[in-house]
Design a protein around this ligand. Structure first.
Ligand SMILES: Cc1ncc(COP(=O)(O)O)c(C=O)c1O
Length: 351
């Protein structure tokens, strides 16, 4: 593919992608933990298959429609959906999906479990369910080990469900708290005669500190495949490890200290992710993307920006996962050359 790239465009450097996948798989193999990548970062079957070929035990999806899309090309058969499935339409879709792949889900309430059980009443296959625990991130999840035990009992005594273990989306930098919650829950549940097979944790910010949660035997990770500015800011990766960049063109230079690019919130998204501005211009850390409107990104600098109209810039976005949701396709690059336009198959799958 030899062409001048039109902008704005999302570039995926496949050399870096492969290095990121291999490096983290090697790390997980070294510490003996199963890796189950979250595909919500890339939303592309070909990349999920690279992760599986390297040794991942399966994938994670957040939504049923995301799972449907990611398996549409075949070759992916083991999926954990880390979301409470609520509502008849979704339950029916889950049942249908479970005929095409090995599906497990999570739940944090009896309400959710009752729905799952009803949906699988006349199914030949039982549904594997993990209890989601809130270990401090204040999102979904039961808030105590005893509440986890209660749900484990409901699942294991249900004819349509199988108790698969515990799952948490952990808070950042609180490994001791996470480990003690999960260890206490496991102990309680096993004392009640129920085996806790899987203990699934995740998140890229603490990806190199997994050993601090020894009770876990599965790691779900998404952003590591591309990395992004938030991980760069946390010191989790280096600029050279960032595989996803937004290619933008300077369209205006109203002053020496201000330039406008053609990537606004419709590509970079307005997700600050705890940072003060909207992305990092590759190799030009003195530039600040201080403001976005839908189609305009405003870049300022304390010294003259040095930018010229027509010049193309690569921007590392604050949060890679939301950027892949913005465009129908991305451009794979290898050896610094574009190799193909790739459809983002599981984009916009929010059901
Ligand atoms: C349930 C769950 N697991 C795993 C992840 C992966 O997180 P990260 O992208 O930080 O690796 C996420 C991220 O949102 C998540 O919601």
């Amino acid at each position: 593919m030899k062409e001048e790239l039109d902008t704005p465009a999302v570039l995926i450097d496949m050399d870096i992608v492969k290095e990121n996948i291999q490096a983290y798989q090697k790390y997980c193999n070294g510490i003996g933990i199963n890796l189950r990548p979250h595909i919500k970062t890339h939303k592309i079957p070909e990349l999920a298959k690279l992760q599986l070929n390297e040794g991942a035990v399966g994938i994670t999806c957040q939504k049923i429609s995301e799972a449907e899309a990611i398996i549409s090309e075949g070759g992916i058969s083991d999926i954990l959906i880390t979301y409470n499935i609520i509502g008849q339409k979704k339950l029916m879709a889950l049942k249908k999906l479970s005929k095409r792949a090995n599906i497990a889900v999570v739940a944090d309430s009896v309400y959710c479990l009752e729905g799952l059980s009803r949906a699988f009443e006349d199914s030949k296959k039982k549904l594997r369910v993990l209890v989601e625990c809130d270990t401090g991130a204040n999102r979904c999840g039961v808030i105590s080990p005893s509440a986890a035990l209660k749900l484990a009992k409901v699942i294991s005594s249900n004819n349509n469900l199988i108790f698969g273990g515990l799952m948490t989306y952990p808070p950042i930098s609180e490994p001791e708290k996470v480990n003690s919650f999960l260890a206490e829950a496991k102990d309680l549940i096993e004392k009640n005669g129920i085996k806790v097979e899987t203990i699934s944790i995740g998140g890229s910010p603490d990806m190199w500190k997994v050993k601090k949660i020894p009770i876990a035997n599965e790691y779900r990770i998404g952003t590591y495949i591309f990395n992004d500015r938030s991980l760069l800011h946390r010191g989790v990766c280096k600029e050279r490890d960032c595989a996803l960049t937004v290619l933008a063109t300077v369209v205006s230079t109203p002053t020496d200290y201000r330039a406008i690019v053609d990537a606004g919130s419709k590509v970079l998204t307005s997700d600050l992710f705890g940072l003060e501005d909207y992305g990092r211009v590759l190799s030009k850390p003195h530039l600040k993307i201080c403001q976005l409107t839908e189609e305009h990104g405003t870049i300022i600098s304390e010294n003259p920006t040095g930018l010229k109209i027509g010049q193309q810039l690569k921007i590392i976005p604050n949060h890679a996962c939301v950027v892949t949701n913005m465009l129908d396709s991305v451009i794979f690059v290898a050896n610094e050359m574009p190799i193909k336009h790739q459809k983002v198959i599981a984009r916009g799958k929010v059901w």
